[in-house]
Design a protein around this ligand. Sequence first.
Ligand code: CA
Ligand code: CA
Length: 229
Amino acid sequence: MQRNPSTRPLTLAAAMLCGTLAPAAVRAQDAGLVPLPIQLPKPMFEGTPQNLSVPNLQKPLGRPRDPFLAPAGVVNVAKGKKVTSSDEEPVIGELAQVTDGDKKGAEGSFVELGPGVQFVQIDLGAIDEIYAVLFWHFHKSPRVYLDVVVQIADDAAFKKNVRTIFNNDNDNSAGLGAGADMNYVETAEGKLVDAKGSKARFVRLYSKGNNANELNHYVEVEVFGRPAK
Ligand SMILES: [Ca+2]
Ligand SMILES: [Ca+2]
């Protein structure tokens, strides 16, 4: 984005004086950051589940998630990209559904992988600068997916420059190393993980069943990024 150094600081200062912009918003605007263009599916259940017996469970926010700021022009670079998996023959659905843009969450719009530790992997096709990974396992009813681990890497085999950007497997039961992130309840908002502008071509998401059964599901995975310079 083009900036005009002679007028922009004055405009921002004036906005601050008028009280129309909080200092954080001014800093974000000044850095060229805008909210991610996230499109959420319709919620399939209402209210907050109270009786889920899952340890280390994050308390629901009780309001919509705050906008996530990233540079202007950052979009979902995962849409329509190739998906592979530890389970190449899903029980229900097809792997392509992970990046097909359908986030509705009803029967017919999720893929079901077998029991135990399973992953899906997305090839972005080139090294991108990744700002956030947003994913929905299942949001037809409140559920908690277990041992959720999100990694990014330079190669399909996950040997080169592997970075873990989310891990709520506190006891290393998935065998990928213990993580300090919290368990969370699936909703139509999906789970958003900050990738901090890291550069990678491949994104891999693990889970090990959920609080209702041993199976693993995905409605959609979105990767917000832009081509790396
Ligand atoms: Ca989908
Ligand atoms: Ca665990």
